[in-house]
Ligand binder design. Structure first.
Ligand SMILES: Cc1ncc(COP(=O)(O)O)c(C=O)c1O
Length: 363
């Protein structure tokens, strides 16, 4: 019997399989996906409960209420904001809106794999630029821009390193890009950054007319990864193009309600930001206690640690001990693990698991 392979686009052979991946069990330590440690904000849980009786209704098309609230928050026009099913959907949409087959997207590497995959889904070409001493090499990225380049992606902080791109350098980099290139600035971990001196690419680049689309998400500090809600802010024509390619009812009503309610609670944002700093420091200490030295300077909610050639095997062994971490192969760091800062209980599990796994290493 035919499996139908002849019926699908040949170019999809480039893409990794999209098979379902088992989630860690509820009481396992989930440290592989950079999720927020805490759940939804109390205000979000209340908003979800309020919205549940109307689940028979379709959600607001285009998330208009949330769009208006975000536009007010960022002091931009509602026509500059689009709400998507996570920042990840925003990456796919901007590729659909901008890239034709054969176009190029310049992408630092290691970085977030969707930049590469969503470019390939368009039959466009990802041009990856290696990090230099673990940092995004803006000079080399600029040198990789050609007449076919339509997108340049960066994440700041970058995933998997957790390091930011210096504010002034990124502003100057975007300003110097040629006219035919849109910068996509992924700020998924923005909320963890110390507000003093941080780049706010919406205020510092988009609001002053820069050709950039900025991505943010409620999946991390806001604890809503399971609901899938994020947003993009950029030039009006880019946002209008994304709206054209976006699925009609992209973001569910509970997600819209929860995101809207979360926005108001700035005290909880500050509390979680401070708690994350403490949790990352505790994670670093735990790793060091086991002889591992994570890359210094992460300001996100995870660290990257080089463990040598058997990173994949080590991740599998940790999973047997009920600790999920991410092996670096998928984002171009084959000798590294990316490990999230979890709760105290998660960290205790990690500590115990590392004890078992590293003691038995090589057996
Ligand atoms: C840099 C970066 N961008 C985007 C995402 C996707 O986030 P979301 O859950 O909003 O789709 C992640 C998630 O890990 C990320 O690390």
């Amino acid at each position: 019997m035919s499996d139908g392979a002849r019926l699908v686009r040949r170019s999809l052979e480039l893409l990794p399989p999209g098979d379902p991946v088992a989630s860690p069990a509820a009481d396992d330590a989930s440290l592989g996906l950079n999720e927020g440690v805490d759940g939804a904000f109390p205000s979000a849980l209340a908003a979800i409960a309020d919205a549940v009786p109307r689940l028979n209704r379709y959600p607001g098309r285009g998330s208009d209420v949330l769009v208006s609230a975000l536009a007010a928050r960022h002091d931009v026009q509602p026509t500059q904001v689009v709400v998507t099913a996570g920042a990840d959907a925003g990456i796919g949409y901007v590729c659909q809106a901008v890239l034709d087959a054969g176009d190029e997207a310049v992408i630092p590497w290691p970085s977030f794999p969707s930049f590469v995959r969503d470019t390939q889904k368009r039959d466009a070409l990802p041009v990856t630029v290696p990090l230099r001493e673990s940092r995004v090499d803006l000079e080399a990225m600029r040198a990789s821009v050609t007449a076919r380049t339509r997108l340049v992606f960066v994440a700041t902080p970058n995933n998997p390193t957790g390091l930011v791109i210096p504010r002034d350098e990124l502003i100057a980099f975007v300003a110097a890009l040629p006219d035919h290139v849109l910068a996509v600035i992924d700020e998924a971990y923005f909320d963890y950054l110390d507000p003093v001196g941080r780049l706010d690419a919406i205020a510092d680049i988009v609001r002053v007319g820069g050709d950039a689309l900025v991505l943010r998400t409620f999946s991390k500090l806001y604890g809503l990864a399971g609901l899938r809600v994020g947003y993009a802010v950029g030039p009006t024509a880019v946002v209008a193009a994304i709206r054209k390619v976006q699925r009609g009812y992209d973001v569910g009503s509970l997600a819209q309600a929860a995101a809207l309610a979360s926005l108001a609670d700035t005290a909880e944002v500050q509390r979680r930001r401070a708690a994350n700093g403490v949790a990352v420091a505790a994670l670093v200490s735990t790793l060091r206690a086991h002889g591992l030295e994570p890359l210094a300077g992460s300001v996100a909610n995870f660290v990257l640690v080089d463990v040598g050639n058997d990173a994949g095997r080590l991740a599998a062994k940790l999973l047997e001990q009920r600790v999920a971490v991410q092996a670096g192969e998928v984002f171009g760091a084959p000798t590294a693990l990316r490990i999230g800062a979890g709760s105290d209980a998660d960290l205790a599990l990690l500590d115990a698991a590392l004890g078992v796994v590293l003691d038995n290493r090589g057996r």
